[in-house]
Design a protein around this ligand. Sequence first.
Ligand code: ADP
Ligand code: MG
Length: 329
Amino acid sequence: FDLRNEDLKDMQELGQGNGGSVKKVEHAPTGTIMAKKIVLIDAKPSVRKQILRELQIMHDCNSVHIISFYGAFISDPNICICMEYMDKGSLDGIYKKIGPIDIDVIGKVALAVLEGLTYLYDVHRIIHRDIKPSNILFNSQGQIKICDFGVSGELINSIADTFVGTSTYMSPERIQGAQYTVKSDVWSLGISLIELALGRFPFADSSSDDSDLSDFEGTLSPSRPAPAPLPARTKEQKDKKKKRKSKGVSLQGGGMTMSILELLQHIVNEPAPRLAPEGRFPKEAEEFVDSCLLKDPEQRKTPKDLLKSSWVEHSRTSTIDLEAWASTF
Ligand code: ADP
Ligand code: MG
């Protein structure tokens, strides 16, 4: 495709993210339906050209679990990225519409994401960096594909420069300033799978002393890691925290407010969330999620190793009909 903005006819707005918006468009000369992501980049022309060059790697990313790439171009002051349109949208939209997702479907999601991550890393040495339900897409043929992976270092930098905050799918080691590895993506996958199974963002446990996290919902903007390791919280600080109102930037959910720092401290200091209540989900699924959410990255497996876990192997042979499932919503 030789993509030009004037050939793309807007059809529908698909969603807004932190870096811009995504529209369903038709490429008029060929009649191809695409998703066009418009990323606002406040950068010099030379940097934009560099981003465009780096994005070309996506042309070589060919896997059934990776969104196909049609091309990218600069449309001042934006960068437009045209990709395969997935007609059932992202998994966050799906569970918000139909409620918690069946664990057998989630098994197929885990398999697809692990295959996609393994392909990106083994073939291209790419680490995704932004695994979350809104970056896992589904179509009416029952295919599951990942999008928005970190191909362009310059793009990552530019977006980080523009937006403050951090993703709540971020692993403890990343929050503490460590480099991204494929294992950080595994943590994010674990959080995402619990979210799909419960039908809500998992950092909430009304029985714990962090009851102010109950029903916490929402995603923070992506961005740079916290500059320095966060100190462990003392008992005294924990008590204080209960009385104190959040200061500074805060997030709201379920009538509760917490600061970004409090959420990040929670991820670093508290036990990882689990598939709960115990017994509601298959043991193998519980064990898989637990292994994704080992807080020590040394102990956490890579996507490739996790493909060998029993739950994922069973998901591979499961005969669940995702095409039929897709037709129910
Ligand atoms: P985020 O992933 O943070 O939600 P994005 O800007 O990446 O923000 O995407 C916004 C929304 O657009 C997503 O939540 C998703 O539902 C939708 N979307 C993105 N890419 C596609 C695509 N290729 N096909 C269909 N829907 C898409
Ligand atoms: Mg996205």
